[in-house]
Design a protein around this ligand. Structure first.
Ligand SMILES: Nc1ncnc2c1ncn2[C@@H]1O[C@H](COP(=O)(O)OP(=O)(O)OP(=O)(O)O)[C@@H](O)[C@H]1O
Ligand SMILES: [Mg+2]
Length: 232
């Protein structure tokens, strides 16, 4: 079953005096991701990978094209509908620190999305958090520490636990493991595969590392200058 279908997606930016300079960051992209599957997205720096992801997640507004997610056209959603969509689609960035508040202990960081969306009562929180750290295999001793006291791999596990609290169907990983050393990187990639198997999550997996993309993906789209130029 198709979870995400993108047609003729475009995102143009304008810069310079009088906004006359046009940057075609994404210029007519079509792609499809099935439930429980991974689409890899590769291509040189600046070819538009992150912009594709940000546009699909509606973090930026598309210039043109359509995005259908789980049977709904999400191209023009607004306000409250966007907030609900934000539960189903999530993103993991390269640097976990950008997703975590340096003054918040891991316990609160993991529960924050549930609290924001009011999805869990105070007495359910403890049980919920223990289930989440078990899924991502995070030591409970780390729950009362701050981000600077954790390693890169541990932080990425916290970020994943946070995301999973909302039961997403679709996760974008944008160079999510590129900063980690190879052993830790392999552990996080294995965790992502495990989660896919157990929870049926679909991924858009963006990376410069072709070996990693090949290992993670069912299909691979190759981008160049805002367009998809090849499929593997
Ligand atoms: N907010 C913005 N305003 C203007 N131009 C932008 C903006 N965001 C991205 N761009 C431009 O759009 C193009 C695509 O950028 P994007 O970040 O999507 O590439 P990328 O494939 O993710 O690159 P990398 O592999 O380095 O992460 C680049 O030319 C970039 O400079
Ligand atoms: Mg990028």
């Amino acid at each position: 079953m198709t979870l995400l279908s993108v047609e003729n997606l475009k995102k143009y930016y304008y810069s310079g005096v009088f906004n006359k300079k046009e940057i075609r960051a994404v210029d007519g992209v079509d792609l499809e991701i099935k439930s429980g599957r991974t689409l890899g997205l590769v291509g040189g720096s600046g070819c538009g990978k992150t912009t594709v992801a940000r546009t699909i997640l509606r973090l930026v507004k598309p210039t043109d094209g359509s995005i259908v997610f789980d049977g709904r056209d999400i191209t023009k959603l607004k306000g409250r509908q966007m907030k609900n969509l934000g539960r189903e689609m999530q993103i993991i960035f390269q640097n976990p620190e950008t997703s975590l508040n340096p003054r918040m202990k891991m316990y609160d960081a993991i529960l924050e999305p549930l609290r924001i969306h009011k999805l869990c009562s105070a007495d359910e929180e403890n049980e919920k958090i223990h289930r989440l750290i078990e899924i991502v295999n995070l030591n409970k001793e780390l729950l009362f520490r701050y981000p600077h006291e954790l390693s890169g791999g541990q932080l990425q596990r916290v970020v994943i636990a946070r995301i999973l609290s909302l039961n997403p169907k679709f996760i974008v990983a944008d160079e999510a493991t590129s900063m980690l050393d190879p052993l830790v990187q392999a552990q996080i990639l294995n965790l992502m595969k495990d989660l896919q198997e157990k929870l049926g999550i679909s991924y858009l997996f963006i990376s410069h590392d072709m070996d990693v993309v090949e290992w993670m993906s069912d299909e691979i789209a190759v981008m160049d200058k805002g367009k998809i130029v090849d499929w593997k």
